[in-house]
Design a protein around this ligand. Sequence first.
Ligand code: FE2
Length: 463
Amino acid sequence: MSATVSSVPEATGPLIGDRYLAGNFAPVDTEVTAFDLPVLHGAIPAVLDGRYLRNGPNPFAGEDPSAYHWFTGAGMVHGVRLRDGKAEWYRNRWVRSPQVARQLGEVPPENPWDDDGVFAANTNVVDIGGTTMAIVEAGGPPIELSDELETLRVGNLDGTLPKAFSAHPKRNPATGELHVAAYWWGWGNQIQYLVVGTDGRVRTAVDVPLPGAPMVHDLAITERWAVLFDLPCLFDLEAAMGGARLPYTWQPDYGARLGLLPIDGSGEARWFEIEPCYVYHPLNAYEDAQGRVVLDVARHRSTFAGDRHGPNEGSVTLDRYALDPATGAVGHDRLDDRSQEFPRHDERVLGRAYRYGYTAGFDSDGRHLSMRGAYKHDLVAATSTAHDYGPGRSTGELVFVPESPDAAEDDGWLMSFVHDATDDHSELVILHAQDVGGDPVARIALPQRVPMGFHGNWIPTPA
Ligand SMILES: [Fe+2]
C-alpha cells in the first residue's frame, strides 16, 4: 500500500473542482473499439464468459474547473468482453442522455420522460431484467445500453418507474428481485423505497417520510429488512440557487439515523440514532442469531463539509453497526481504521451472514484523493490481506466473480481497472480472491487510459 500516484498535481490553492479533472480523474476524449487485447501477464481463466463493465464520470471539455463536482460528469461506460481465455474486445462509450447526445452532435435517444435534461447516468452499470443499464441517483432515470454499450433509449422500467432510481439496487439472492432507495430533491422530505421484480418492472413503490431531504446513495438489505440511511448530507436550496452542480451540503445538526423497513415495504420504518457520519456504501448486512441487524459500512466522518467537489474529508474507516429491533439498542465498532472505500462482496451472500469483503484503499487527506491497493477482509477471523499493485499503480472498485455457481465464498476472481501513472496506461487486472496478496492471475492491456470512476459489475453471458 506504499504506491504513489505521481500524476496527481500538488494542490495548494483554494479547494475547487480542478482536482477532479487532473491526473487520472481527467476524462478521455475518444470512444475506442479494440479487439483481441494483449495479455501482459498470466492467463485469463477460460471459464470467464461475459462482460466486465464499469461506469464513471467523463466530463466534456469546457467544464468550469472551479465549479466541477466529481459526481456530475457525463457518464462513460468502459467494458471488456472475456471468452475462452481471451479478451475479445474493449469498448468505451459515453452514456447518451439527451444532453450528452446533443453535445456529441447526435440525435437524442428515445426518452419517455417529460424532463429533457435527465441527469448524467454516470455511477453504475447493471443488468436489470436482461437489459444492461447505466444508472444514477438524485432523480435521473436508467439509460438502456446494448451489449456493445451503445445507448438504446432512456429507460423507465417498462413504464413502472415513478421517477427516481438509484445507482445501488440490491439484488436479493433468494428472489432475484432488486431493492432500491431512491431520492430526488423535488419530493421534499421523503425518499422512495422500490422493489423491482425479475421482469425488470417496479412492483412496489413506497414513500418513506423523513425529517429532511438527504442524499441517500445506497441501502443495505437482510432477509427481512431494508436498511435505510438518513444521514446529514442534505439538499441545500441556497446552494442550488447559487448554481451548485450538486446542491447537497453537510448539516450535522440534522442528526443521523439508520432505519429498518420490512423488506416488502409494508409498515413503518423503525429508526436508530447514530453519531453523525456519512455512508456512501455498506459492505453488507445480515441478521444474527439474536435477530440483530449487523451492518458493515465504509464510514466517512463527514462529506461535502470541507470539500464541496468530491467525497474527500479524510480517512474512511470500515465500521460495524448492530441494530436490535427488540430493544432499540445500537452497537458501533471499528473493524479497520485504514482508509478504504468501494466495499464489495460475493453477491451470493448479499444480505446474509458472510465472511469475506473486498475494498480499495482510499487515500483522502482533504485535498488529494487516490485509490491504491486492495484489501480482502476475513470478517470471521478478523484478519485482512492487502494487494499492492506496484509503484504508481492505483485500482478502482474490485468486483468479485465466483468460479462457479456453487463455489466457496472466496473461490473466484477480483476484477478491476488499474491505472499506471508511470506511463499513464490502464489494465484490467484479475486477482484470485483466495490469493489476494499474490501475483495477479492476469493483466490485460487496454488500448487507452481508463479514468478513475465509480462502480461496475461482471455480467455473465446468458446461458
Ligand atoms: Fe456508489
